[in-house]
Design a protein. Structure first.
Length: 290
């Protein structure tokens, strides 16, 4: 198994990869295993195969693909020619695989599911990042991820050049409109949050108007402000009002058509749920050498 699989400098726990892949294999193989391959291929038959990108994109999830084969049979060799975060051309070979044919075919679909899905996220993220490259804004993800795959999907965002927002509800306080409504207003919510969290925990608050932003600035206690569903002109005014006192995040109504204008308003961060909930799968295939 080749060692250079992941995006350099971006850690993804091997234990998490193993657990997630094994869960996927358990789902696919069921109780009897790959009965088609077992029935049609003589035991001991060996095969050589290649992972190939059918379309151009950005690679992510290579370690998951490799683990999909290794977990079934450690005798399989997986030699990658590309690494996560690298750009793929159409018909480019990503990895070469060799070993017991039944094991390779049994792991094929799970490997392709991970590679295609995560590379699709990385590819879409790279497009968004390119759209705002002329500005200071960073493209970040959200918690709109598939259950059980958040760490992998957020890793794929990093492969595409994006930055991660909070990983879950427990690593940052994000006061949203419903929190404000129940807490009794902007000032009350900020005071309660700042009193409850540790000194290393950031506090962000969502506002949907400049009047609400003025309340936040007067109350104090926030590290960042989420500017929800504001047009570019309003975002620009919000950036001017904060004057660098808070990290400014634009959210809502973000698309490939609007993201450049949003970034040009001067915001620090643009959160895009589509990176994980709407990214098309990148077409990656497994070709058996005949």
């Amino acid at each position: 198994m080749h060692a250079d699989l992941s995006l350099p400098g971006a850690f993804l726990s091997p234990l998490l990869i193993e657990e997630t892949v094994r869960r996927a294999l358990d789902e696919d193989l069921g109780r009897a295993g790959d009965i088609t391959s077992i029935a049609t291929i003589p035991e001991g038959t060996r095969a050589r195969a290649r992972l190939v990108a059918r379309k151009p994109g950005v690679l992510a999830g290579l370690a998951c693909a490799a683990e999909s084969f290794r977990a079934i049979d450690p005798a399989i060799t997986f030699r990658n020619t590309k690494r996560d975060g690298e750009t793929l051309a159409a018909d480019e070979i990503i990895a070469e695989i060799e070993g017991p044919a039944i094991a390779i075919l049994s792991g094929e679909r799970v490997a392709l599911n991970f590679a295609g899905h995560l590379s699709g996220i990385a590819t879409l993220t790279a497009v968004y990042v390119a759209k705002v490259a002329h500005t200071r804004a960073k493209i970040v993800d959200t918690r709109k991820t598939l259950p059980g795959l958040r760490a992998l999907e957020k890793y794929a965002v990093r492969c595409g050049g994006g930055v991660n927002h909070r990983m879950g509800l427990d690593d940052a306080a994000l006061i949203k409109d419903n929190h404000i409504a129940v807490a009794g207003g902007v000032a009350a919510a900020l005071k309660a949050a700042r009193a409850a969290v540790g000194h290393l925990v950031k506090v962000e608050i969502e506002v949907d108007s400049l009047d609400q932003l003025a309340e936040v600035l007067k109350a104090g206690g926030a590290d960042a402000v989420l500017l929800d569903n504001m047009d570019a002109a309003t975002l620009k005014r919000a950036v001017e009002m904060t004057a660098g006192k808070l990290v400014t995040e634009a959210s809502g109504g973000v698309s490939l058509e609007t993201v450049a204008k949003i970034a040009e308003s001067g915001v620090d961060v643009i959160s895009v749920g589509a990176l994980t909930h709407s990214a098309p799968v990148l077409d990656i295939a497994l070709d058996i050498d005949s």
